[in-house]
Design a protein around this ligand. Sequence first.
Ligand code: SF4
Length: 333
Amino acid sequence: MSSELKFSSEVQGYTNDLYKKIEGSIPKIEWPTIAPYIYEINKLKKEKGITILAHNYQAPEIFYGVADIVGDSLGLAIDGSKVKTDTILMCGVHFMAETAKIMSPEKKILLPDLSAGCSLAESITAEDVRKLKKKHPGVPVVTYVNTSADVKAETDICCTSANAVKIVESLNVDEVIFLPDEYLAKYVSTKTKVKIISWKGKCEVHEQFTENEITELRERYPNLKVVSHPECPPDVIKASDFTGSTGSMIDYVKKSKDKDIFLVTECSMSDNVQVENPHINFVKPCNLCPHMKKITLQKILNSLKEEKNIIEIDKEIISKARGSIEKMIAVGR
Ligand code: SF4
């Protein structure tokens, strides 16, 4: 990170405690280029009255350094709708910023890099959903929150990785169209009798994990606990001790007495969870999400200054997409 900002004694004093908290993830030599951004961002967001939301996969300097609210994409959108500020800056990817807009249509939603996408969200369009509905008339469409607003608007009900099984079963039908994650669909189908018609979307981060990797790690760490996300391939899930959403993975770690844990998900989440659980050795084959990593402190500062990268969604799409999210919330998060 090039820095035209100074690591003054004021910046040093302001960021000292923060550095102690996250020093395990950031080399000391890099801190003088990072700390001034954290200082400037926190000053500017206060002056302008802007709330910063950050996803669990954001780097520790963002997650702990500048965010006001952290969590998963739905949690961020819901919590963001409750804040008093008129503007929200999302440290996450495009569909997350859209979900925040859907839940807070009256607020200005900023995304520091509008090109921060997602392989899952980009695997399907609203037109694809319309074609599927024609092919399977009357079959309800359940859509994962990792989708665009246009796709959510074509959906009967949304789901998250935490509530997917509950949502599918809440519909009291024999079959559902479940979009867009093929692996999450497979995981859900192991937990319910409802027939699942799936799509071919995949998370490019989770699909990289392999069963072999887990087998090798178990040889090196005989007491290793493997905690995976349901976006992982089925053989990885089968080889895991526990599978759940990012929120359930974090809860698992909090309650765990284990020494060695492998969180089979985006690498930054282990860094962030490590801060609160210093006694655990997180074994980390590191798969980073290239889209999440497009959000940097430099871009956050620019976005706060310029307030340019604004999320715009058609009112009708917002209303339909919100209906699918609200139906899910009524069933239970
Ligand atoms: S980690 Fe996977 S699902 Fe999440 S934003 Fe990146 S590509 Fe999309």
